[in-house]
Design a protein around this ligand. Structure first.
Ligand code: PHB
Length: 366
């Protein structure tokens, strides 16, 4: 059988990957009190292949972004220790594992979660309006607009979380700049209403994102840093009036920092649920960015092979298919049937059901 493009090796900077099928970052909400749990060892190692690339679920970078108690954090030493056995298990199987660094900003509810009972931080003091396409039923708080003098502290939180990730054993970090969370709240003109040097023009709106990238790249080395963006998406009330220009500006600007990869959510994923019709394409960003390019969003095996074959991407991240098929690269290799995913168990606390109980392919039966 001729080797499929998705199953061909690829060198992502310092990392020699055996194939192009990446585990997408997936919030499975099975942590407790911001600690990654032992059941995640089995979950991630089931999805690890020798030379495969995995991105962790979104992981909180600081106590100023708390509220999602069932997501893991990486700002305390206890959290770092909780990640260590998970990372170790992936390395034992030859996987390459990046930690996704996440700050939700204003996408938090109103309870008194934040330090000193303060409101969640954001680029703005406008809240996520419940009617504007929130996929999740929480009532978001009215946030507190960060003062210019406070921004270096938040950037420092990203830097420390990156350092902690390396301490936990991760091979690198992916900066979560997508989906309406803090970094996206600065980038998108429908959210960012600042009139200082962090708002207004595209350059000013992207300044926070690029300062985070610079700090993190300096801390752990640019070859251990990736960034995820969704300029075309409108999750959590965060659209942009000119997503093509925004995406292109970020792709061009990121070249300067020489980070390992840019990971772009397909424009068709306008909402978190299903693919929609869109006139947009990530191709201009692919052409502008000089290092590795990852695409994600409702890809199938056939479309993934096509994207690699046509050089529209170097790697393809799979979310839903990887949730339901722990051995997804092997199934792709054999063009075997796929288990169907069950959306109802994507984000429940059960440590087994819908998490580690999807069956592996029985190769004696194909
Ligand atoms: C997302 O980026 O869509 C996201 C982040 C964190 C979660 C779930 C989803 O826990």
């Amino acid at each position: 059988m001729e080797r499929q493009p998705l199953m061909s090796p690829y060198k992502m900077g310092r990392f020699q990957l055996a194939h192009r099928v990446v585990l997408a970052p997936l919030g499975r909400l099975r942590s407790k009190n911001y600690l990654a749990q032992p059941h995640a060892i089995l979950y991630y190692s089931q999805r690890t292949t020798n030379g495969g690339f995995l991105i962790s679920e979104a992981t909180l970078i600081s106590g100023t972004g708390i509220g999602y108690t069932t997501t893991p954090g990486i700002w305390t030493m206890e959290q770092v220790e909780a990640w260590k056995p998970i990372v170790k298990a992936i390395h034992e199987k030859g996987g390459i594992f990046f930690c996704q660094l996440w700050h939700p900003g204003r996408v938090l509810d109103d309870d008194d979660y934040q330090p000193n009972g303060q409101a969640p931080i954001s680029s703005t003091d406008k809240r996520v309006e419940p009617e504007n396409g929130q996929p999740d039923p929480r009532d978001c708080a009215f946030p507190r607009r960060l003062g210019v003098d406070e921004i270096p502290q938040v950037i420092n939180d990203y830097r420390l979380a990156a350092r902690n990730s390396i301490e936990a054993g991760f091979d690198g970090v992916e900066i979560h700049g997508a989906h309406g969370y803090l970094i996206d709240q600065f980038m998108k003109d429908q959210v960012n209403d600042r009139t200082d040097e962090y708002g207004g023009s595209i350059e000013k709106r992207c300044r926070f994102a690029l300062e985070v990238v610079a700090a993190v790249a300096q801390e752990v080395g640019p070859d251990r840093v990736g960034m995820r963006l969704s300029p075309f998406a409108n999750y959590m009330d965060s659209a942009d009036s000119n997503p093509e220009a925004l995406g292109l500006y970020m792709a061009e600007s990121l070249n300067k920092y020489e980070i390992a990869y840019l990971h772009v959510v397909e424009p068709r994923m306008i909402t978190a649920e299903d693919a929609s019709e869109t006139p947009y394409s990530p191709l201009p960003m692919r052409l502008a960015f000089k290092k590795s390019f990852i695409v994600a969003g409702a890809y199938t095996r056939i479309e993934g092979n096509k994207a690699i074959n046509e050089d529209r991407a170097d790697l393809v991240a799979f979310g839903r298919l990887f949730i339901a098929n722990p051995d997804l690269p092997r199934r792709f290799e054999l063009d075997a049937h796929l288990n169907k995913y069950v959306r109802a168990t994507f984000a429940i606390p059960d440590p087994v059901v819908g998490y580690t109980d999807y069956p592996f392919l029985d190769e004696t039966k194909i």
